[in-house]
Ligand binder design. Structure first.
Ligand SMILES: Cc1cc2nc3c(=O)[nH]c(=O)nc-3n(C[C@H](O)[C@H](O)[C@H](O)COP(=O)(O)OP(=O)(O)OC[C@H]3O[C@@H](n4cnc5c(N)ncnc54)[C@H](O)[C@@H]3O)c2cc1C
Length: 274
């Protein structure tokens, strides 16, 4: 494993397996970006919460990874499948993605995944995530809006630094304008870091504040469904907190972005460990 070295691998401009194109990119920070990958032919249907696997050939070898789709399925076919990605500074896939020029061809397959909304579920939805783990929830909310089937939602998202919070204008506008029945609860885990100067919101890791959030919003175990996505340690910790509060296991759904024990500290940084 190589740490923080320049990525000199040659990305193959073309390959018979390529079936999609990187059509748009918006950087949030140096290490976080929104990427839109569009199928060249017919778009594939997916359900909110599912993921696609996308990648490129580098030095003749296909390197691809799964990503939750943030787009509403109704919009992904035309705008491209929106992905919210963190750069992990080891020479695997994300260092290639960061170097990929706009309009470069890619491979994309899918969808996969069972991290799905239940049909006609009128319980309150508690969405808990770290960093990029917010992506599937954005898809769920966007599609629920399009379908005029909003779900009462508490969205708890934790990051190390306030500038890493994704989708802030969109989420704040839902709440401010009442266009979606959502309470957006962002939290930063390193309040005393100078990068968080000026942050006036909540502080602490999501697992440390989830019980307070439940209490504050009156979330009852029998009337709440919980979805947790992102860092595996956070997921287990949040689940433990909720079990202690009486949430039955079957009211909790989980999507782990990497196997437990392989956290980002192994690659020399904290990343979405918040
Ligand atoms: C179902 C599923 C959905 C996923 N969706 C997303 C997504 O929407 N956005 C996203 O950025 N990643 C997502 N991932 C992770 C993604 O597939 C890659 O693992 C990640 O982009 C790093 O790729 P890499 O090839 O550079 O390093 P990899 O070899 O894949 O991972 C190396 C290490 O990087 C760390 N890591 C992986 N992903 C992240 C992350 N998101 N934040 C912080 N550290 C991480 C872990 O410690 C991991 O062991 C998802 C993973 C799964 C299984």
């Amino acid at each position: 494993m190589t740490h923080n070295e320049p990525d000199r691998r040659v990305i193959d401009a073309d390959a018979p397996q390529y079936n999609a194109t990187l059509v748009k990119r918006v950087d949030l920070t140096d290490e976080l970006g929104y990427f839109w990958v569009k199928f060249e032919g017919q778009a594939t249907h997916f359900e909110p919460g599912q993921y696609m696997t996308t990648g490129v050939f580098a030095d003749g070898k296909l390197i691809q990874r799964p990503y939750s789709v943030a787009s509403a399925p109704a919009e992904a076919g035309t705008a491209g499948y929106e992905l919210f990605v963190r750069l992990v500074p080891i020479l695997r896939f994300t260092t290639l993605l960061w170097r990929l020029p706009l309009h470069h061809r890619m491979r994309m397959i899918g969808p996969k995944g069972r991290f799905l909304l239940e049909p006609n579920d009128n319980r309150t939805h508690l969405f808990v995530s770290t960093g990029t783990g917010i992506a599937p929830f954005i898809s769920m909310i966007r599609q629920s809006m399009i379908d005029s089937q909003p779900r009462k939602t508490i969205m708890l998202n934790g990051v190390s630094f306030a500038d890493e919070l994704g989708y802030v204008p969109e989420l704040e506008s839902y709440e401010r304008e009442g266009t979606y029945p959502l309470h957006y609860v962002p939290t930063v885990s390193r309040p005393s870091d100078p990068r968080n100067a000026g942050w006036q919101g909540r502080t602490g890791r999501v697992e440390a504040i989830v019980t307070d959030v439940c209490r504050e919003y009156g979330l009852r175990p029998d009337r709440t469904v919980v979805y947790i996505c992102g860092n595996p340690d956070m997921i287990l910790n949040v689940e433990r907190e909720l079990m202690a509060r009486g949430f039955p296991e079957f009211h909790v759904k989980k999507e782990l972005y990497w196997p437990k024990g392989k956290d980002a500290a192994l690659v020399g940084r904290s990343a979405d460990a918040s």
